[in-house]
Unconditional design. Structure first.
Length: 559
């Protein structure tokens, strides 16, 4: 008898494999990149893979957190404000994910509580266990169905042994009871090499595995992160004390380019190992996808043709460290375009406050081939950024402004070309006479009533492009779709005056009301362009973003 299409899907879904990725010993061990790389190598072998990030905090999303606290807020097409690992998944897998792929403790509890208020538990006592883990499982299955995936990678945030992620481990354990042959665990652990001992130590990982065992979970594969490769002795030790066959211990030493990791995993035979372990039939290792990836990964080692880019903004410093993580997607977008043009990007982080403290310092910007001002909020460092933009405009240094960087471009132009000395954004100076950047109409009551969570203009919106402009030529199309995250916009009552003085609004919303891209024609400046959206969220290793590529081209030309 012929199977109905529904039946086929059902079969496929019931054959779905769930690979949980958990972290051992320390945070920041590279779980996200490991999960992304596993996703990549399995998708290169013909599997339909989707990936889920679980963040164990109470926040409903990452949008309300300070970037110095959390790193980048990565925005999806549907407007979800998520963790930067979601960006890694999208970039490594080359797919667009949705809010179904992201969950937090807050989200899980919120759904359960809403359901309880709607009498959906039929009078039962609603309990942390099983109702919270069951909601986690429901969400995993929902993401699986949405992507029609036969492999779901689920990264559980935090480190094994933390109180916060216990309920997610409990969900994984319950899912395994339901599907004993379909649920697998990869532990990404850390092996220190203390200088006093001079050798790699396995004990912390042994403890992490034991802690995981206490949650009723046994890892199937251990990915051993360290600053050097694992020797056979260490593999045997981990095998013996962590109950995994020796060939299930994968060496994952530090690398200079994260894009080598899928390739290194394959050198260790990881996709074969996963396919064998989970009982999947996989396609050949070397198909077109992985060949393209290898070519790209090779380029990430480019040593010549440096382009020097200054990234000017705030949020760069926390204590003694520069928190470039807050702008991860910007960094990666620059890299993809630079590599595609055979260049090595050299990035310098500059705090705009330096130019406020010492105005003479602005001249140091002449060293750079291009300047980027990324997104941001609030008034700190803004005058320094305006000085930066003025310097770039007057000295023909390519300038690329992202979101706030575009709004500030417009303010700079209004102040210094139109002569509106107090031009500003309502965000910084609500009593300015020339509010060239104003709050969006539908944002007013949200801000007044402090409804700040998930309420900006978020996610993908279309824009139409003006023929013959830098933007239109770069995209090679008239309609684009890009991701947004803002409350303020160019005040349309200033558009005519700005245009009369030479600024071109080369991208607008399809109805023409909202300014999406501002630029100066190439006859006036090699590259002076800002976008109200965040192009960096759509840049991918195998398809660099056209505007970043146009910017890097201009930087190279001006050298
Ligand atoms: N603060 C500005 C706004 O809310 C820009 C936001 C951003 O750069 N993401 O509109």
């Amino acid at each position: 008898m012929k199977k109905s299409p529904e039946k086929k899907v059902e079969n496929k879904l019931s054959n779905c494999k769930y690979i949980f990725v958990v972290g051992g010993v320390i945070s920041g061990v590279g779980k996200g990149v490991a999960a992304s790389s596993i996703a990549r190598i399995l998708s290169d072998r013909g599997q339909v893979v989707t990936a889920i990030k679980i963040d164990p905090y109470i926040n409903i999303d990452a949008g309300t957190m300070n970037p110095t606290e959390h790193g980048e807020v990565f925005v999806l097409d549907d407007g979800d404000e998520t963790d930067q690992d979601m960006g890694n998944y999208e970039r490594f897998l080359g797919v667009d994910l949705s809010r179904a792929n992201y969950m937090t403790t807050g989200r899980v509890y919120q759904s359960v509580i809403e359901r309880e208020r709607n009498l959906e538990y039929g009078g039962a006592c609603v309990q942390v266990v099983p109702h919270i883990p069951l909601e986690v499982i429901r969400r995993i299955e929902n993401a699986r169905d949405k992507a029609n995936a036969n492999v779901v990678i689920i990264e559980i945030g935090g480190t094994v042994g933390e109180y916060e992620n216990i309920l997610f481990l409990e969900a994984a354990r319950l899912l395994k009871i339901k599907n004993p042959k379909s649920v697998f665990f990869v532990m990404v652990s850390y092996l220190p090499v203390p200088s006093t001992a001079g050798e790699m130590k396995t004990k912390p990982t042994q403890h992490a595995v034991r802690t995981l065992n206490a949650s009723g979970i046994q890892p199937d594969i251990i990915i051993a992160r360290s600053n050097r490769p694992l020797d056979d002795k260490r593999k045997e030790k981990l095998s013996m004390f962590c109950n995994v066959p020796v060939d299930h211990v994968i060496s994952a030493p530090d690398v200079s380019s994260i894009y080598d990791i899928p390739i290194n995993f394959e050198k260790e035979g990881l996709s074969d190992l996963i396919c064998d372990t989970v009982g999947m039939t996989c396609g050949p290792v070397s198909n077109a996808g992985s060949d393209k990836w290898k070519k790209f990964a090779d380029k990430t080692h480019t040593k010549n043709n440096a382009v020097n880019i200054a990234i000017v903004g705030k949020y760069f410093n926390t204590g003694d460290f520069t928190l470039s993580d807050s702008y991860l997607s910007v960094i990666e977008a620059i890299k993809y375009s630079a590599y595609s043009l055979g260049s090595k990007p050299v990035l310098t982080w500059i705090s705009s406050m330096d130019f406020e403290k010492d105005p003479k310092k602005i001249k140091e910007l002449s060293k750079y081939d291009g300047i980027i001002v990324p997104g941001g909020f609030g008034s700190r460092g803004i005058e320094g950024i305006l000085k930066t933009i003025e310097y770039a405009r007057k000295n023909n240094i390519p300038y690329f402004g992202l979101c706030y960087g575009m709004q500030l471009l417009v303010i700079e132009y209004a102040r210094n070309v139109l002569g509106f000395k107090d031009a500003n954004t309502r965000e910084v100076n609500p009593s300015s006479k020339n509010m060239v950047i104003d709050i969006m109409e539908d944002q007013k009551d949200k801000v007044e009533n402090k409804k700040m969570g998930g309420s900006m203009r978020l996610g993908a919106y279309p824009a139409k492009l003006k023929k013959g402009t830098i933007a239109q030529k770069a995209y090679g199309t008239d309609i684009i779709s890009e991701r947004h995250r803002h409350r303020y916009e160019v005040n349309t009552s200033y558009v005519k005056q700005l245009e009369d003085k030479g600024l071109v609004f080369s991208g607008t919303s399809p109805d023409g009301h909202l300014c999406e891209i501002a630029e100066l024609p190439v006859s006036k400046h090699p590259f002076f362009l800002g976008t109200q959206f965040h192009p960096e969220f759509k840049a991918r290793p195998l398809s660099p973003h056209p505007l970043f590529t146009a910017f890097i081209k201009a930087c190279k030309k001006g050298k």
